[in-house]
Write a protein that binds this ligand. Structure first.
Ligand SMILES: *Cc1c(COP(=O)(O)O)cnc(C)c1O
Length: 367
């Protein structure tokens, strides 16, 4: 047996005909840039997360970068984020000329630890970017309270959290701006790159609509130094088809996670903690285990694809050597980068595949 980490084909075949029709329609319409396809999906996605506005952009990285730009974050400013995020978060901060300031993660939830946030705030802090890592909402109430007390805007990195909820509200509407990625492997994935910004703020919406489209309000009237970062019309058409299945897909992920956790209990490894009052939508199912690298190797030899998200904390990347941090700066994130392992997770995973993965893990731990 072989188990893929994410099986995009298993999903594609279930909606192949519907996608084919919609793509044909889009191609025949010849409205390839913005137009009704993007506008329709923006409306649908805004409704899905419960935001007043949604702005389609080219990627999750651009969603973050343009959000910071819309908030006038730039050189001289600092932006606080989690030390254990994907590098897009910190690169977006550097992309606008600001400096990433890192905060270690909470030892149980893997999300930015609110208890360590205040110490990172300075007079130069221009934004805070909590990351809803692995599909579990960050603990937003204390983060928002601190941000409000200091007058700092909050940009959510919801690139792994399409449909996750915190105390009944969706990730992406909790802060000032929410950023999503439609990279194919995400819970809602395009057939290429794509991204979205959600917000209830009309002022930022107006700015973002310009920023993503060369800074123009009307054609050839350039109000801002914008860029070309439009959500592709073809991707929007595909995403519109897929969005209606997302709640069911997320429920399947939750069922698979529950099954994994049930089968893996009492084996001496750490399974994910789902915080009460939140819905974790398991973009990734991440366990923690000693001798992680040997387990990964063992699973690979059994035809089971597993992953590490991520093998290095942000400050340990050579790309971020100039931030001035060193080994030991963020001990929880650093230690976990050597213990975490992501098991196969996608909606179409079968019970037999889950049992095969678990038997592989069990076999290794018994040795
Ligand atoms: C995927 C991801 C991004 C970036 O998304 P792209 O669409 O690949 O640019 C940003 N942050 C996190 C946490 C992600 O998982």
């Amino acid at each position: 047996m072989r188990v893929k980490f994410v099986d995009l084909r298993a999903q594609f075949v279930t909606i192949q005909d519907e996608i084919g029709l919609r793509v044909q329609e889009l191609l025949a319409s010849t409205q390839y840039i913005l137009g009704p396809s993007v506008a329709q999906f923006e409306q649908s996605f805004a409704a899905f997360v419960g935001a007043d506005h949604a702005i389609g952009v080219a990627s999750g990285l651009d969603a973050l970068r343009l959000s910071l730009q819309a908030l006038d974050v730039g050189p001289g400013g600092e932006v606080i984020t989690a030390a254990n995020t994907f590098i897009a978060t910190s690169l977006a901060i550097e992309g606008v000329g600001a400096r990433p300031v890192l905060v270690d993660c909470h030892p149980q939830t893997y999300n930015l630890d609110p208890a360590r946030l205040e110490a990172a705030i300075t007079s130069r802090t221009r934004a805070i970017i909590p990351v809803h890592l692995y599909g579990q909402p960050a603990d937003m109430d204390p983060i928002l309270a601190l941000a409000r007390a200091h007058g700092i805007p909050v940009v959510e990195d919801a690139c792994q959290a399409h449909g996750a909820t915190y105390k009944g509200r969706s990730c992406g509407v909790l802060g000032d701006l929410g950023c999503f990625s439609f990279y194919p492997g995400k819970n809602l994935g395009a057939v290429g790159d794509g991204g979205m910004i959600t917000t209830n703020r009309a002022d930022l919406t107006e700015k973002l609509l310009m920023l993503r489209n060369y800074g123009q309000k009307t054609k050839y009237q350039h109000e801002l130094k914008g860029t070309n970062s439009r959500l592709d019309a073809l991707q929007a058409a595909v995403l519109e088809v897929k969005l209606k299945y997302l709640p069911a897909w997320n429920r399947l992920r939750q069922q698979h996670a529950a099954r994994y956790s049930e089968l893996l209990k009492d084996l001496g490894l750490v399974t994910p903690v789902a915080v009460s009052g939140c819905s974790h939508i398991y973009h990734l199912y991440v366990i923690r285990v000693q001798s992680r690298d040997s387990l990964l190797h063992h699973l690979t030899s059994l035809g089971i694809e597993a992953g590490i998200h991520y093998p290095r904390a942000i400050h340990m990347h050579p790309a971020h050597a100039d931030l001035g941090y060193s080994p030991g700066s963020f001990p929880v994130s650093e230690r976990y980068s050597e213990e975490i392992l992501s098991l196969p997770m996608f909606p179409e995973l079968t019970p037999a595949e889950i049992e095969y993965v678990v038997s592989g893990v069990r076999g290794f731990l018994k040795e």
